[in-house]
Design a protein around this ligand. Structure first.
Ligand SMILES: Nc1nc2c(c(=O)[nH]1)N[C@H]1C(S)=C(S)[C@@H](COP(=O)(O)O)O[C@H]1N2
Ligand SMILES: [Mo]
Length: 307
């Protein structure tokens, strides 16, 4: 029997009823990835990866591996007793939509939507050294906007001398909050000049992607010349004040944690010499640097006694 070869003008059966018959134009464009999802609508281009700031960059080989930075975390609201466990406990944590309440000594106390802020405040990527008082350290690319740009937007009064930050409080989504009798939610603070320092960043991204929940999504502070606990995660409130605000770790153990907490190799913590640091994940030892290596950017703010 002769098998008839289709003529060029004949459409094979499987192509005769293309999907386009069943999909409307919008669905087709969406399937092809050509339509922005509603939440992205109006945004000129994707947020990540953000433009790299060349002043704060290192060769890729000098970076901490991404899996280590996002797999070894201090985030007591999820686990007050473990670090490698945190990433497995963040599943129920809701980060969208996200609001930041700005209050205190400011022109107009107001609650801001993070998505709206991100339309006004351009983000950039900076590689920073990051150092925990427990001595472990890493070198990672954060993305975010300078805290100074947010402060300029909200216009604090001249009487504002300090800024206080408060982490979100969601005991139902943050299982660690019930495990330890701490004065939740986590609270921190900076002097106004520290908050305005160009190094101080509100971070929304890590390794060219949105920052993982275990690292503080959707927005955290990064203050690279201070010990890590000065960089609160998942910030829900920012308050401008005339007096130095209390901070979480000082409230818990005043003898061990001061307000400034600038990295200083010659000042040992009662439980950890600060002469060296250990790079995750190898735990290779390196000498601790004054102000964590950011002396030229920050030493001018201090008289040498703020540790
Ligand atoms: N809300 C909140 N922020 C926090 C903490 C925390 O327990 N809760 N831990 C701090 C400490 S001690 C460190 S070292 C860093 C760790 O950040 P990382 O997990 O992204 O490395 O987050 C800081 N911010
Ligand atoms: Mo820490």
């Amino acid at each position: 029997m002769l098998i008839r070869k289709p003529e060029g003008w004949e459409i094979p059966e499987r192509e005769a009823t293309p999907e386009s018959v069943y999909m409307n134009r919008r669905q087709i464009l969406q399937a092809a990835g050509l339509l922005a999802t509603p939440s992205l609508f109006g945004q000129a281009k994707p947020l990540y990866p953000a433009a790299k700031n060349d002043e704060f960059n290192v060769p890729a080989a000098a970076l901490t591996p991404e899996w280590a930075a996002s797999g070894y975390n201090n985030y007591y609201e999820f686990d007050p007793y473990g670090k490698e466990t945190v990433k497995n406990l963040v599943g129920d944590f809701n980060i969208s939509p996200w609001q930041i309440q700005v209050s205190g000594l400011v022109k107009e106390p107001k609650t801001y939507d993070l998505d709206d802020l991100l339309k006004k405040l351009p983000i950039q990527e900076r590689v920073y050294r990051f150092r925990c008082v427990e001595r472990w350290a890493m070198v990672v690319p954060w993305s975010g906007f300078p805290l100074a740009s947010l402060i300029k937007l909200v216009e604090p009064k001249s009487t504002a001398k300090y800024v206080r930050f408060v982490t979100v409080s969601r005991p139902k989504e943050m299982p660690g909050m019930k495990q330890a009798p701490y004065p939740w939610p986590y609270f921190e603070g900076l002097r106004m000049d520290e908050a305005m320092n160009p190094l101080t960043m509100m971070v929304t991204g890590l390794y060219g992607k949105p920052v993982p929940k275990q690292n503080g999504a959707p927005v955290r502070l990064i203050v690279p010349w201070k010990y890590g606990y000065k960089s609160p995660k998942s910030i829900a409130k920012i308050e401008f004040m005339s007096n130095e605000p209390p901070i979480f770790w000082n409230r818990l153990q005043a003898a061990e944690y001061g307000f400034y907490s600038n990295v200083e190799p010659k000042k040992p913590h009662p439980r950890w010499s600060q002469a060296y640091e250990q790079m995750i994940p190898t735990m290779e030892r390196r000498p601790t640097l004054q102000y964590n290596g950011y002396e030229k950017f920050v030493a001018g703010m201090y008289n040498g006694k703020e540790f």
